[in-house]
Design a binder for this molecule. Structure first.
Ligand code: PEP
Ligand code: MG
Length: 579
């Protein structure tokens, strides 16, 4: 019987979509880890017990790897690989052995070591790295379960079409609930970048995580709504709320179907002005999705992700395999590969320098600066990109260019690599286009000079806004100041487009601003040639472009450019949109 009042819990929107159904409460199978004294003559036996449990955990993780690989592909499966790396971490093993040597049982030793590591992670500011503590916790729990001979039984009795509520879901659980056709899930812990969230997005299962106490508030059979768009769950909703959500679900479904019809139509205004919609991707597994949404190319391939979740630098072969796969499938459409933009908020644990110690990492050794400081790493990537260029229409793009010298220096390295490939008769596209991201105000200011040196430019509004307005893009305290409609940003965009067109090169935008339909008419009116957006945004941006005339879009952008304050811009936008 639905309650008289909705009980709403707010969490983190981990995977979008709406699910309405009955709760299946997945018990956390909690167990008590007791400290036992181990006599010195039993210490070796205790260590063997630990080794066997680790071995069993490894076998289980390999099964999870195979499942993820089969359903979502290699890049997602690397998450399970990362778990295997944690399992084999020599420091962790040494610390656990040391505790056993001191005469405590293996379960307790594992618990103590994992607990210490997890606590040290709690103070990490970066969400992605802090969320990794959940992976470590999961591994620890698995080893202890195997030491105790326990198994997570509840998952076997899961009902099809239910909504899972649990304290936490491991990778194995997430794959298992997919097999049971679960509609959605909600958990107490986890963040946007927790691996369970990433897998849920890949599987398109609506999910809200980080709900803190949801598992203590729900029972199997409760009616629940998962709102993966807003990051909310509604427990025992009123009939009125259920009806509202059913309508929203139907609307979303209908809108999706409507947008699907646009897939093969051009991004063309009502008066026949054509632009191109490209997609931003992080890994090759996204290709299927972007093509099914109608992308005409990859406008930004963020290659940093090749560097994550591993202990050693990717090799030239790793680069080549990733890029050639994308280039080949996308061909004849172009693939813009951006050289690595590590640093800033994207750290790696490989430590080719201790970047965590930088006071202002966004102003530090990031992106092209890092590439030029460590040319051997840059060269491996450039070789991989050039070799991949023989397999499709590859374009190369440098991130964070702040001045012309950086561009010259990067091209010098590129030319040396080309020279070497020629000498060895290794095939590559001699005409591969080279472009620069315009995301640093100094580059935007001297765009007339930069535009003459490149084949194309792409505006990175995420950083251009951050650096122009002096607003840290990941600091929630100043999030209100982060404003794509600030007159300075609009003038920069217009200047970049005009100056680039003056020398005959195309302008793309790959920052988030390009994917927000609210800005589409303005950007169109400024003369932007290509919108590079995430897969899910492609149909909506195309719908807006196809519903407006270029003449009107130009009028809008002219009006907006005359405004001197944010308020007058918002007012002008409102009048235009309500006409
Ligand atoms: C940008 O800065 O707008 C951009 C697309 O690059 P990233 O978000 O990877 O810094
Ligand atoms: Mg950027």
């Amino acid at each position: 019987m639905p309650a008289k009042r909705d009980v709403i819990f707010k969490g983190v929107a981990a995977s979008s979509g709406i699910a309405i159904g009955k709760v299946f409460f997945l018990e956390d199978d909690d167990f008590c880890v007791i400290r036992r004294e181990i006599p010195s003559n039993a210490i070796e036996t205790e260590k063997r017990r630990l080794d066997n449990a680790v071995e069993k955990t490894r076998d289980e993780l390999k099964v999870v790897y195979a499942k993820i690989n089969g359903v979502l592909g290699k890049n997602y499966a690397r998450i399970a690989d990362a778990h295997l790396l944690i399992l084999d971490d020599p420091t962790m093993k040494r610390d656990v052995y040391e505790l056993i040597d001191n005469g405590v049982n293996a379960e307790y030793a594992v618990f103590k070591v994992i607990d210490g590591i997890v606590r040290s992670f709690e103070f990490i500011k970066d969400d992605y790295f802090r969320d990794r503590r959940i992976d470590i916790q999961d591994i620890g729990k698995k080893i202890i379960e195997n030491l105790l001979g326990k198994q997570r039984k509840a998952i076997a009795s899961l009902e099809e079409g239910s909504i899972v509520v649990s304290h936490n879901l491991t990778l194995a659980d997430t794959m298992a609930i997919r097999e049971k056709l679960v509609k959605g899930f909600a958990t107490d812990i986890g963040g946007k970048t927790s691996h369970t969230a990433i897998i849920a997005q890949g599987l398109s299962i609506p999910a809200v995580v980080g709900l803190k106490i949801i598992s203590s508030q729900t029972r199997t059979g409760d009616v629940i709504i998962i709102d993966g768009n807003r990051g909310e769950i509604i427990l025992n909703p009123t009939l009125e709320t259920i009806t509202k959500y059913r309508e929203e679900y139907t609307l979303q479904f209908a809108k999706r179907k409507e947008l699907e019809k646009l897939k093969n139509l051009p991004a063309e205004t009502t008066d026949n002005h054509k632009v191109l919609i490209f997609a931003n991707i992080d890994n090759p597994d996204e290709i299927e999705s972007i093509l099914s949404n109608g992308a005409m190319g990859v406008g930004l391939y963020r290659t940093e992700f090749i560097y994550f979740n591993r202990d050693t630098m990717p090799t030239e072969k790793d680069h080549f395999e990733n890029y050639s796969k994308v280039a080949e499938v996308m061909s004849p459409y172009p693939t813009v590969i951006r050289t690595f933009d590590l640093g800033g908020d994207k750290l790696t644990k490989m430590g080719f320098l201790n970047m965590e110690q930088e006071k202002n990492p966004f102003l530090g050794l990031r992106a092209i600066r890092l590439s030029l400081k460590y040319p051997e790493i840059f060269i491996d990537q450039l070789r991989g990109i050039l070799k991949a260029s023989a397999y499709g229409k590859v374009r190369l793009m440098y991130p964070m260019i702040s001045g012309i010298e950086e561009l010259y220096e990067a091209n010098k390295v590129l030319n040396k690599v080309k020279q070497d490939l020629r000498k060895k008769n290794i095939e590559f596209d001699e005409k591969m286009e080279v472009g620069a991201m315009i995301e640093v105000p100094s580059a935007a200011m001297i765009i007339d000079a930069i535009a003459k040196e490149v084949d194309f430019v792409s505006i990175g509004t995420n950083d251009l806004i951050q650096y122009t307005l002096a607003v840290d893009r990941v600091n929630e305290n100043v999030a209100g100041l982060y404003d794509p409609l600030h007159p300075a940003i609009l003038r920069f965009i217009k200047k970049i487009i005009d100056e680039s067109h003056r020398v005959g090169i195309t302008v793309s935008m790959c920052g988030e601003m390009a994917g927000d339909p609210y800005y589409t008419p303005v950007l169109l009116g400024f003369g932007l040639d290509q919108f590079s957006v995430s897969s899910a945004q492609i149909p909506e941006i195309k719908r807006v472009i196809r519903s407006i005339s270029f003449v009107d879009a130009k009028k809008i952008s002219e009006e907006i450019l005359k405004c001197r304050s944010k308020n007058s811009i918002l007012k002008t936008m409102d009048t235009i949109y309500t006409q």
